[in-house]
Design a protein around this ligand. Structure first.
Ligand code: BES
Ligand code: ZN
Length: 468
């Protein structure tokens, strides 16, 4: 059997593949907002049905104390290798809504791109997997290996119940390798395989002053202002010159890249003006001195403010001393840093900076660990061959600054190596208004994933033979 059969099938069904994704993008599965819980469940059910339609057998919702995940499998022969596909069916919130050209949950094709929340992160990339499976089952009647699929419903809100789910379901989820399509390539003509992701730690800070907003004339000058206090605390968390995080112990466990790793980062193509364009036209990049941008993103930790609130910001003026102010902080972590440890240290630094006259709280949030995947693993090499077949060139190896905590869970709890084979582009605007998936990448991604199963079946079998 040649592999042209798969390509031909994908080409002749591509229009339907797009139409199906448009339908899947209609369900507002925002996991962070409890008001959408029923929609996340409806979405899980939509993916469960789609898995069955694609040719997976048995598809169930797996309940957690949060949003449900979807599990499906097609076990061909227990003596064949088994791959587990991980993805997520939940999406980020959509605000600011008025910046969307077309409504986030009424996906629309414009100029070869499909615009909608979840188009690429991650509904579209999960859908690619379903269509690649469908291509095998419909053209050949069977898959060349055993496949399992787990599609989480809480990735975008911190995967709070996922460790527990993996512990509980470890027998069912067991596989030789994990395959995740939830990352991006370097550029449309520069395919890449991601080999590392940062971890995440979070803290929410509140500054409580007077029990109600006060008149800023009647009380101003004699009462601490929570917005002022918050601004000073937050500003103190970085050194203004070196840009290092000032939280005591923040860098204690940071893995220092050796010469070989620095050479790895030096091979990642980087174009400053293109990067600034992707970053929304910022006039300059900033960061710790001594590190190139790919290293800043892949090998150095950060502390960022994701949101800040307090007082009046409506039209005109309102002369008050606000009762409260607050901020959401998140840190990106690199190998050896522990999310709970970092969240505790950040919270302690915030509390230590609290002055008299206010009450400050700092609550650590669930995080996730960083992960580095093995480049020389036969599964990664198989993925590289599958990419080369469709893109006509070998992929480069990268590390990305984003986080997918479940990847580390699978490696820690189940010892599974991960192949991070995503087809987003750096300008897809994930988590922002006008998120898109380029339809050419969607089509190519489906073909790569279809070829992946052929390559993996051979690659994992021969490595098993070599080991025995
Ligand atoms: N798909 C992203 C992860 C990603 C982003 C990988 C950019 C590579 C480049 C994922 O869905 C995501 O956004 N994860 C969250 C995790 C968090 C909520 C625990 C993230 O990175 O903020
Ligand atoms: Zn994602």
């Amino acid at each position: 059997m040649t592999t042209d059969d798969l390509d031909a099938y994908c080409a002749s069904h591509q229009d339907r593949f797009v139409a199906e994704l448009v339908e899947a993008l209609r369900i507002p599965s925002i996991s962070a907002d409890p008001a959408y819980a029923a929609e996340v469940r409806r979405n899980a059910d939509h993916f469960r049905q789609a898995a069955l339609d694609a040719g997976l057998q048995r598809a169930d919702l797996i309940e957690t104390s949060g949003h449900p995940a979807v599990y499906a499998e097609r076990i061909v022969d227990p003596s064949l290798p088994t791959a587990l596909i991980y993805g997520h069916h939940d999406v980020q919130p959509v605000d600011p809504l008025d910046e969307w050209t077309s409504p986030p949950f009424e996906a629309e094709v414009r100029d070869g791109n499909l615009y909608g929340r979840g188009a690429v992160d991650d509904k579209g990339q999960v859908w690619m997997h379903l269509k690649a499976i469908e291509a095998h089952v419909r053209t050949r009647g069977e898959l060349p290996l055993n496949l399992k699929l787990i599609v989480e419903g809480e990735e975008e809100s911190g995967s709070e119940h996922f460790d527990e789910l993996v512990e509980r379901e470890r027998r069912r989820l067991h596989a030789d390798v994990l395959v995740v399509s939830d990352t991006a390539v370097i550029a449309p003509g520069v395919p890449s395989l991601c080999t590392g992701l940062r971890g995440l730690a979070g803290v929410e800070v509140w500054v409580h002053g007077p029990s109600v907003d006060l008149h800023s004339g009647a009380f101003g000058g004699a009462v601490a202002n929570p917005v002022d206090v918050l601004a000073r605390i937050l500003a103190g968390l970085h050194d203004p010159v070196t840009r290092l995080v000032t939280v005591p112990g923040f860098y204690d466990d940071v893995h220092e890249p050796d010469a070989e790793e620095r050479a790895f980062f030096a091979r990642i193509p980087y174009d400053d003006s293109e990067f600034r364009r992707l970053a929304g036209g910022v006039p300059a990049t900033v960061g710790e001195q001594g590190w190139a941008v790919p290293e800043l993103l892949g090998a150095r930790p950060t502390l960022e403010f994701n949101g800040i609130w307090g007082g009046y910001s409506g039209p005109g003026s309102k002369t008050i001393i606000p009762a409260t102010a607050g901020a959401k902080i998140s840190c990106r972590l690199v190998p050896n840093q522990d999310p709970d440890d970092i969240a505790r240290k950040v919270a302690a630094a915030v509390l230590a900076a609290a002055p008299a006259g206010v009450r400050v709280t700092a609550e650590p949030k669930a995080g996730g660990r960083p992960v580095v995947t093995p480049i020389d693993h036969p599964a990664v090499q198989a993925a590289s061959r599958a990419v080369a077949r469709v893109f006509g060139k070998n992929p480069l190896f990268t590390r990305e600054g984003g986080s997918i905590p479940p990847v580390e869970t699978f490696s820690r709890v189940m010892g599974m190596p991960a192949v991070l084979l995503g087809f987003g582009l750096p300008d897809d605007r994930i988590h922002a208004p006008n998120e898109k998936f380029t339809l050419d990448m969607y089509a190519k991604g489906i073909r790569v994933l279809a070829h992946l199963w052929d390559e993996l079946a051979v690659g994992l079998r021969s490595s098993a033979v070599a080991r025995s």
